[in-house]
Design a protein around this ligand. Structure first.
Ligand code: 0A1
Ligand code: ZN
Length: 855
């Protein structure tokens, strides 16, 4: 049922629920077309005279009774969105509401609520899926203890909490911890477990299971190890212990997002669980470990302490991302992880902040909350916590977190609560800092330098461009980590954090013998765009000498970016850049993973962003060509050493996904990507033919595609992997992401008619459409063919899976950057979507926001 008039929900309208839920007992009689759900909810009124409003969608009501007495038609109002029981039909004191509903998991293609994935039942309730299961106050501040009975003729029947009883065809689970409905989960199917255990810091033994389809059990070892490492790390780093006897993870083939932190029963997209060297790349191993940890960490940051309302989403997501970043940083290389995180932040969050979808870390209104699981809430939400930590120091941060867990355990909290623990634990006033939660947009931090009589002064100006609904913004607190180097490369002032609070502010360093070279925003200490007019020579100097590894990389990156921007306008490659790269790759003392990051050129999207930021309309074809020319120039100049690196970075022996060997493979592939520009794909073909793992196979395949030599390799890859869904996703993705942009729209259309394109599967849809959208000049093809192809598929997906369709629509968020002709074509594609009768609430909100250029 479509909503005729979607409501806007506002933070300012929050009101507590007028009933407390004392206990919830659910019985599921599972059947694909007609599952029965019996719910018995024990509740106590908190406001005399209040009606009992329950959410419910796509439910067929069979019966409803209060304290055993059936309700009659005049006792309630039933609509498409819920059931409201009149106050007159309610007792004054505690009572039990019993309802029975029928639902159809088999036809549930939206993958929210209870649905089926290739014969297995599973649930996804965040954010508002529980209302598709039974009538319930589906809001995170209503917490209750759940008891669940599952009945089905299937061998494995799971729910939250601890198992209490089972028999043939049924099982019962009790979750002792009060939780909001979005953390409810149920799984039933013919599954097998890869099992292990973990002994907690207080000596309790917890059973761990990774549940997968038969045949996948030998690809679970890495996920189990990652879970054990995460459990240990959370004890060591945050003092957080697991609180049930069992922890289950289930891998599901059809899942809209990455994974879900349901209490004691995490449900995962199979691609974030299953791992083997033959099928999984190094990058995917790292991500699996990070997401397993992320969902596990939610047990405390999200589950034990949850969100009062969905506006507080960053309370759990920003913090949990921050924690998983710390974890990965500790498991692998800190500097490399920081660079990777900043790359993601810039590619996704800065892009979001720059366009029509910009919103605050804590938004103040929404139509469909699923549209706010964004890079801003997650990644910028994590950056804000990183800044807080830098401002209060490690010890202050730990005190604040201890207080947070202590004070709010068992509660549904807010950002105000979060900031109060920092204020109370450290004595700091965080009034101005709070703007990071309420103001959208990426501040631009401009710096000017003055040097006089041994005193060096940095003068910063901050400006945040207007964003939708926020034309003007007050200055924010910006922690700027700074170090100073002398021209001979020595560090004369080690890292210190300058706290900028004004729109314009000066910081001076006196007693210096010579004018220093500044290393600014070390470790990327704030999510801002730093604007400094540095020469290529200065950037090359920092790339060679900075003691801060992030800023070393940043110097190289900006050198490459500047060179590329100039090349788009017709300049020749920058010799300082070419030489600096040569010195860097010869630096055998540097971590291979770090050298790989330095060797990789900025992507086309990043160049487009950089051009736009300086007021130039980006031309996708010119950008594509310039990047190709620079890669070829680098390869020509450094062919010998690149070739040496390519050979030397081969890792012998059995595959290990650890940071060490993965870094070598990354460097090897970064060298190969350049060499393939000038050797016609010769080396890539050789590697493709012999590669002993998916990392190198896929890396070589990407190079062959860019070299236009991949026909046989793609056919061979497909023949070998046609039965493996996760690997076939890569087949779709890689050929579109690396295709010649001129042909990319036609190739995308051809692949979309391939019988293997199972478009209702979210991973497959994302592989094809995401691969295509990642092809910058292909998606922005001057004919508009990319836009219209993409829009056609969003239109097709929307009635089937609105959440996915709406998420994928963000490919259009950069349209206001481009030339008038492209803008008109993209707007026409969006208008075509917007005009569709019966458009989902999800997509309706997205296209309405996308249509407005905010500059
Ligand atoms: N809380 C999850 C993300 C998530 C959100 C919505 C979903 O609906 C399909 C699924 C997962 C996380 O942060 O991992
Ligand atoms: Zn999360």
């Amino acid at each position: 049922m479509k909503d005729a008039t979607p409501q806007t929900i506002r933070l300012a309208d929050y009101a507590p629920y007028p009933f407390t839920l004392d206990a919830v007992a659910l019985t599921f009689r599972l059947a694909p077309k007609a599952t029965r759900v019996v719910a018995e909810i024990r509740m106590t009124p908190r406001q005399p005279g209040a009606a009992l409003a329950l959410d419910g969608e796509h439910l067929r009501l069979i019966s409803a009774a209060i304290d055993g007495q059936s309700l009659s038609a005049e006792d309630y109002i039933l609509t498409d969105t819920g059931l409201t029981i009149h106050p007159a039909a309610l007792p004054d004191a505690a009572f039990t509401l019993a309802t029975e509903v029928e639902i159809a998991p088999e036809g549930n293609t939206a993958l929210q609520g209870l649905y089926m994935s290739r014969g297995m039942y599973c649930t996804q309730c965040e954010a508002q899926g529980f209302r598709r299961i039974t009538f319930y106050p589906d809001r995170p501040d209503v917490m209750a203890r759940f008891t669940v009975r599952v009945e089905a003729d299937l061998p494995v029947l799971l729910s939250n909490g601890n198992p209490t009883a089972s028999g043939p065809g049924w099982a019962e689970w009790v979750d002792p911890w009060p939780k909001p409905a979005y953390l409810f989960a149920l799984v039933a199917g013919d599954l097998v477990a890869h099992s292990g255990n973990f002994t907690t810091m207080s000596g309790r033994k917890v059973a761990l299971n990774i549940w997968v389809r038969r045949g996948d059990e030998d690809r679970c070892g890495f996920a189990l190890g990652a879970l054990q490492r995460a459990m240990k790390w959370d004890e060591d780093a945050y003092g957080r212990e697991y609180d049930l006897d069992i922890f289950n993870i289930v891998a599901v083939d059809d899942f809209n997002m990455g994974a879900m932190e349901n209490k004691g029963l995490n449900i995962f997209n199979a691609k974030l669980v299953l791992a083997s060297p033959d099928t999984t790349t190094d990058g995917e191993y790292e991500r699996i470990e990070g997401v397993i940890a992320h969902e596990y960490f939610h047990n405390w940051t999200g589950n034990r302490i949850t969100c009062r309302d969905w506006f507080q989403l960053c309370l759990k997501e920003g913090l949990t991302v921050f924690r998983d970043q710390q974890f990965t940083s500790d498991m692998r290389s800190g500097p490399v992880k920081r660079i990777e995180d900043v790359l993601t932040l810039r590619a996704r969050q800065f892009r979001e902040d720059q366009g029509p979808l910009a919103h605050a870390v804590r938004p103040e209104s929404y139509v469909e909350i699923n549209n706010f699981y964004t890079a801003t809430v997650y990644e910028k939400g994590a950056e804000v916590i990183g800044m807080l930590r830098r401002l209060v120091g490690d010890a202050g941060y730990r005190r604040a977190l201890d207080l947070y867990f202590d004070r709010h355990d068992g509660q549904a909290a807010t950002i105000e609560d979060w900031l109060a623990v920092f204020a109370d634990a450290t004595g700091r006033d965080l009034g101005q800092f709070k703007r990071w939660y309420s103001d959208a947009g990426t501040p631009r931090l401009r710096v000017e330098e003055h040097w006089q009589d041994g005193t060096y002064t940095l003068e910063f100006t901050q400006v945040t461009p207007p964003t939708p609904g926020q034309p003007e913004k007050a200055p924010r607190v910006i922690p700027i980590a700074v170090g100073l180097l002398s021209p001979n490369g020595d560090e004369v002032v080690p890292t210190q954090v300058l706290e900028m609070t004004e729109a314009r502010q000066r910081f001076s360093f006196s007693g210096l013998a010579v004018r220093p070279v500044p290393s600014l925003l070390r470790g990327f200490s704030a999510p801002v765009v730093l604007e400094r007019d540095a020469t290529a020579a200065e950037r090359a100097f920092l790339l060679a000498h900075d003691t801060d590894p992030f800023n070393r990389w940043e110097a190289g990156r900006s050198l490459a970016r500047e060179a590329l921007c100039a090349m788009v306008a017709g300049a020749a490659p920058e010799p300082e850049h070419i030489d600096a790269v040569g010195r860097l790759i010869r630096d055998g003392a540097a971590d291979p993973a770090f050298r790989a990051l330095c060797l990789r050129l900025p992507g086309e999207e990043e160049i487009a962003t950089a051009l736009f930021e300086r007021g130039t309309v980006p031309d996708p074809d010119a950008i594509h060509a310039a990047r190709g020319r620079l890669a070829a120039a680098l390869a020509q100049k450094h062919e010998a050493v690149l070739s040496e690196i390519h050979d030397a970075m081969a890792v012998p022996g059995p595959y290990a996904p650890d940071a060490g060997p993965a870094g070598k493979r990354a460097l090897r592939l970064a060298a190969l990507a350049l060499l393939s520009r000038i050797d016609g794909g010769r080396r890539a073909q050789a590697l493709f033919d012999t590669a002993p793992n998916m990392t190198e196979t896929l890396g070589a395949l990407a190079c062959l595609i860019e070299a236009g030599q991949a026909d046989a390799a793609l056919a061979g890859f497909r023949a070998r992997w046609s039965a493996d869904r996760l690997v076939m996703d890569k087949w779709f993705m890689v050929q579109l992401a690396h295709a010649d942009p001129a042909n990319a729209p036609a190739l995308a259309a051809r692949l979309a008619s391939d019988p293997a394109f199972e478009w209702k599967n979210p991973n497959r849809f994302r592989a094809l459409m995401g691969g295509f959208a990642a092809n910058h000049a292909g998606f922005h093809h001057p004919s508009g063919a990319g836009y219209s192809f993409y829009a056609d598929w969003l239109i097709k997906l929307d009635p089937v899976n609105p959440q996915m369709a709406a998420r994928m629509s963000t490919a259009f968020e950069t349209w206001p950057r481009y030339d008038a002709a492209r803008q008109a074509l993209a707007q026409a594609a969006l208008a075509r979507i917007e005009a569709l009768p019966g458009l989902s609430r999800d997509m309706g909100e997205m296209v309405a926001r996308l249509a407005k250029a905010n500059r």
